[in-house]
Write a new protein. Structure first.
Length: 526
């Protein structure tokens, strides 16, 4: 690292903290801190959500998957097929409905619809799973900084954790959203710089693509993924991914909280629509980056020697360190930090919001201190996530798969709780509580004893198990449902009237799914 690289990196970190101080002015209560007074622009929310998806894990692990991971290559594009379809379900059944209820924590809905025990259970699952996943994010970036900056791993973890805690605690959700917009710009600049320098190093784009193995151009693998038959099975990714994305964008506090901050229900839908159309080209850009760096890898003994066996996530940081010039390295390191912070800041704020609304506030008598206690909870979660980062490193061959496995163990059962609550009036609190336990238990069993079942299927199987058990228990142990339950379930006639003017946009999303599938078919026959 040259002096100019350090200057760029330090200036970026200082700028983020200063920006959060500016945006955090005038915070009066939790509505300001957690949902920005419900007055944020839809485009800022949409870009912030995209920035969270374009994390350091994407920057490091997706190109590594494309270039080096056995069974990898462009088949990763299959992960994106279900996104537009999932967005349709979310926009019709979930987020706008929650937005009208003026929630801060999405898990408040579960108490309104069922009872407090279901709220505590699902919120607790979110806190555990998302906190652990955030530890993975910190660890991933710490690997990069350890390699590129020559600092010990423990110090890099502390740097990431401390800086993010400071600017997130000061600025709240407003700082999270607008800093994400800046961070996405920096990150995309870093991706384009990597592609440009890699292409130049191998003599142009034509040579870059020519160096990529033909078998890794395969985009579709029609294996079901139920018997260990593929690392990227089409049906597992399409069906399992469909339920994963509905749960992630529609019931995960780290995503939903931003959607609850828009100025209107239509604003919420526009931000989701933006993400429905944007994930595929963003992922395709990472695929090109993987192809570009692979071409350099093939011609560079130094780069090959710098990557430990099966440590695929070292590919991008070592490429930056060995092949990019002074100054550009600083920009790339800032891009990697941007990617991490755009994910970690929203997670911290959402963990704090869920902890406060679901576990702390019900037992507080003095609501006037909520803002300050909320900021203290943010700090505590930041410390906990930083501590978790010290032991999550060996989850999987590439960290991007590990972090998705964490979510998939819980997403299906959690989604079942929300969907059955919104759609059905027959399932009671005891039924859904037992269903969630059964669904998560099934996924743990699949993960431990059925390794041949592709992990994205857990989202589907966990949901089905939860729904079946919930209906059985609700039938066998009936509980009197309050008349107000109608307020917290969708009315089909009213829903149809409200969604009528959005139907053309839903048709566009479905058409976009068909377009993506066609693109993958064309590449697959390249």
């Amino acid at each position: 690292m040259a002096t100019i690289d350090w200057i760029i990196l330090i200036a970026y970190l200082a700028g983020m903290i200063g920006f959060s101080v500016y945006l955090g002015r005038g915070q009066k209560d939790q509505e300001d801190y957690y949902v920005a007074g419900r007055n944020m622009s839809w485009w800022a929310i949409g870009i912030s959500t995209m920035a969270t998806q374009s994390s350091a894990i994407s920057f490091i692990s997706k190109p590594a998957f494309v270039a080096l991971r056995p069974g990898g290559g462009l088949a990763w594009l299959q992960y994106e097929l279900a996104v537009p379809l999932a967005m349709i379900v979310i926009m019709v059944f979930l987020i706008p409905f929650f937005r009208k209820l003026k929630l801060v924590s999405v898990y408040e809905y579960l108490e309104l619809r069922y009872d407090a025990s279901v709220r505590y259970l699902v919120s607790g699952v979110f806190l555990f799973s998302r906190g652990l996943a955030a530890g993975v994010v910190v660890y991933t970036t710490a690997i990069v900084l350890e390699v590129c900056l020559g600092l010990p791993l423990w110090l890099t973890i502390l740097i990431i954790g401390i800086v993010t805690i400071v600017y997130d605690t000061i600025g709240g959700i407003t700082a999270v959203v607008y800093s994400d917009v800046i961070q996405l710009i920096i990150l995309l600049s870093g991706v384009f710089l990597c592609i440009a320098y890699a292409a130049n190093a191998v003599g142009g784009l034509e040579n870059m693509f020519a160096a990529f193995p033909k078998e890794r151009f395969a985009t579709l693998d029609y294996s079901p993924g139920l018997q260990g038959d593929s690392a990227v099975p089409f049906w597992g990714l399409l069906i399992g991914g469909f339920f994963l994305y509905i749960s992630y964008y529609g019931t995960d506090q780290s995503q939903v909280q931003r959607e609850l901050s828009t100025e209107s229900v239509d604003g919420t839908k526009r931000s989701l629509l933006l993400n429905g159309f944007s994930r595929f080209p963003l992922t395709a850009l990472y695929m090109v980056m993987g192809i570009a760096i692979y071409a350099v890898y093939q011609q560079s003994p130094d780069l090959q020697a710098a990557i430990p066996p099966e440590a695929y996530d070292y590919l991008v940081p070592q490429f930056v360190l060995i092949h990019l010039p002074v100054g550009i390295r600083g920009i790339l390191f800032a891009a990697i930090l941007s990617a991490t912070m755009s994910t970690l800041d929203s997670v911290l704020n959402s963990l704090s919001a869920s902890t406060m609304r679901d576990f702390v506030e019900p037992f507080m008598k003095n609501a006037g201190q909520n803002l300050y206690i909320g900021k203290a909870v943010t700090i505590l979660w930041g410390i906990a996530i930083t501590a978790l980062a010290f032991w999550v490193g060996n989850i999987d061959a590439t960290v991007v798969e590990g972090i998705n496995k964490i979510g998939s163990a819980f997403y299906g059962p959690i989604l079942a709780a929300f969907l059955t609550g919104v759609i059905s009036r027959k399932i009671n609190a005891r039924g859904i509580f037992g269903g969630i336990i059964a669904g998560v238990g099934l996924n743990v069993y699949l993960g431990e004893f059925q390794p041949g079942v592709f992990w994205m299927w857990w989202n589907f199987f966990g949901l089905i198990m939860t729904v079946i058990v919930a209906f059985i228990v609700s039938y066998l142990i009936p509980v009197a449902q309050e008349s107000k339950i109608e307020k917290y379930s969708l009315n089909p006639q009213q829903l149809l009237a409200e969604e009528k003017h959005w139907m053309p946009k839903y048709a566009l999303l479905f058409g976009y799914f068909v377009f993506m599938l066609a693109v993958l078919l064309i590449i697959n026959h390249y």
